[in-house]
Design a protein around this ligand. Structure first.
Ligand code: UGY
Ligand code: MN
Length: 245
């Protein structure tokens, strides 16, 4: 159905709202039994890629020239790296530094968020290490003291790591306490619930399944609506000088 050409998706110079009715799937080199929805890429101004990978049972990812972060939304993935095998269930995640040998196979039909970014090394700073975790085991921190808005940091925060991935959970009615305008860009996947996202000078109804890209300095604000919490997975570049020095 074309719904007379209407969609909530919206592409502007400083943001993209990408809703499921506009998703187009593509294969990528080296992957087998996986379809990718490429939400954010350098082709639209982002300095990272974010995809949803839809695996058939037995499907596998190919190699990447960049760092890779994988967060399981549905199903079960098997990660092999450094001679170890890890099974990732929903909420399970992994970070693989650039050039870290690894394989990712789907044990059953699965869906995962895959974020990739070229590494920006820092002189005198140790190399980043593989991280494997489960969101349920990460403690929630109230954002600026607001117990109704809880942040879970999935990546370690230290000089070797040049991006962050968090989940943010809003009780119904909770909102960001300020309109943020910052140098970091964001990739955001709505995981649960919904609300209103302000992006630039536009206000959008958003819900689970939607993706948002925010360019550096895109004014942003979110308020959760409905009777259940709203939750999203959010990427940002982190801890690097804007001049690349
Ligand atoms: O980490 C962040 O910048 C986050 N608070 N931004 C957002 O939720 N749009
Ligand atoms: Mn932000």
């Amino acid at each position: 159905m074309h719904h007379l050409g209407a969609t909530r998706s919206s592409l502007k110079t400083d943001h993209l709202l990408h809703t499921p009715d506009t998703f187009v799937r593509t294969p990528l080199p080296g992957a087998a039994g996986v379809e990718f929805i490429v939400h954010a890429a350098p082709q639209m101004g982002a300095r990272f890629t974010q995809m949803t990978a839809e695996f058939a049972a037995g499907g596998s990812l190919g190699v990447t020239p960049a760092q890779r972060f994988v967060y399981v939304i549905e199903g079960e993935l098997e990660l092999r790296t450094g001679g170890k095998k890890h099974v990732l269930d929903p909420g399970g995640f992994a970070y693989l530094p650039e050039a870290a040998p690894h394989t990712v196979h789907a044990v059953s039909a699965s869906r995962a968020a895959v974020i990739e970014k070229s590494y920006e090394p820092q002189p005198g700073v140790a190399a980043p290490e593989v991280v494997v975790g489960d969101e349920a085991a990460v403690s929630a921190v109230p954002l600026m003291g607001d117990e109704a808005l809880r942040v879970r940091a999935l990546m370690p925060d230290g000089p070797p790591y040049d991006f962050a991935v968090n989940t943010m959970t809003y009780d119904p009615g909770a909102s960001l306490s300020m309109i943020e305008i910052h140098v970091m860009e964001h990739g955001l996947l709505m995981l649960e619930g919904g609300g209103i996202y302000r992006l630039g000078n536009s206000w959008y109804p958003v819900k689970a399944g939607d993706f948002i890209w925010m360019a550096p300095y895109c004014p942003q604000w979110f308020g959760a609506l409905g009777k259940r919490p709203a939750k999203y997975l959010i990427y940002k570049d982190w801890r690097r000088h804007p001049l690349g020095a």
